[in-house]
Design a binder for this molecule. Sequence first.
Ligand SMILES: Cc1cc2nc3c(=O)[nH]c(=O)nc-3n(C[C@H](O)[C@H](O)[C@H](O)COP(=O)(O)OP(=O)(O)OC[C@H]3O[C@@H](n4cnc5c(N)ncnc54)[C@H](O)[C@@H]3O)c2cc1C
Length: 338
Amino acid sequence: MEQDIQRTDVAIIGAGPVGLFAVFECGMLKMRCHLFDALEAPGGQCAALYPEKPIYDIPGYPRIDAAELVERLAEQAAPFEPVYHLGHPVTRLAAEGDGFVVEAASGVCVTAKAVVIAAGAGAFGPNRPPLADIESYEGRSVFYLVRRRDDFRGKRIVIAGGGDSAVDWALSLADIAGHVMVVHRRAKFRAAPESAARLERLAAAGRIELVIPYQLHALEGSAGQLSAVVVSDLSGHTRRLDADCLLPFFGLATDLGPLARWGLALDRHHIAVDPASCASSRPGIFAIGDIASYPGKLKLILSGFAEAALAAHAIHPLVHPGEALHFEYSTTKGVPGR
Ligand SMILES: Cc1cc2nc3c(=O)[nH]c(=O)nc-3n(C[C@H](O)[C@H](O)[C@H](O)COP(=O)(O)OP(=O)(O)OC[C@H]3O[C@@H](n4cnc5c(N)ncnc54)[C@H](O)[C@@H]3O)c2cc1C
């Protein structure tokens, strides 16, 4: 069967906040984009990991929930009619003619004059605790992220982990859950000091139970529904916690996956770029957002937005060769696609 190959100016790998804003920046310079994402919805970490959390450091928004930021970014990109390929992890990137071919595992294939990799932590997935039969509970009573806080109303929840996610969700769910238990191997939490102090205060007030020093040992339940989480201390003594759900927060596995095989210079699991243009070591391929590395890099959404603008300006001569690019403010030219 002949493969359907679509053509565009710029192929963007990753529809997180930074990939979405790259559509806008490219659009303002008359460049059309196709966006790929392994996930079924745009928004990257904002949508998948913390949609209901407020973000406080987006310029112009004193406070905005992560899901709303994603909606705003998609709205800002919409006049440029990006083509989304969601649920399509990219597995192949190869040079073709004077551009590139980008192909997803599904076979969807796009040729582009330039490629922007905005793949965050790569094709990411949660670090799973090594518990027998955990897969049969996943999505029913074991969750690696909280999509809707209200789903946990009145539930007996075991949260495992000692970092920001574990502590922040324990604090947030304590208001609505039936009972919150936090299992951690040591007394000290790696979370922001203010959050860790709040956790201690809620524990002292009896609103959260700290199960310390313990680690996950086994799950009990049937047909995907947990009835208890068994934990063990360092000398192997076990304790049974009656529970309806388990939220293990052991961070993300940052696997670059296929990206590591695309011949790009890497810097400890990130793509090394020139900070002036976000160009990677392969001409025509750019990297922005969390995946991009250069001296002084800050993994913040706002840094990724600026990188999207730099990359779009650097890509312009590849898409429109010989056409002079006069720097203009958006207030001067408006939004051309609108
Ligand atoms: C709990 C938490 C709170 C945070 N709070 C803040 C905050 O307050 N302020 C702030 O600035 N930042 C915050 N961050 C960090 C912020 O979310 C990231 O900096 C931001 O998401 C990076 O955006 P990105 O678009 O570069 O990557 P991501 O959001 O990681 O998106 C990358 C996308 O690329 C996709 N992808 C990867 N590989 C492939 C592939 N091969 N094919 C197709 N798709 C692929 C992934 O599925 C993903 O959707 C927070 C992060 C977390 C986890």
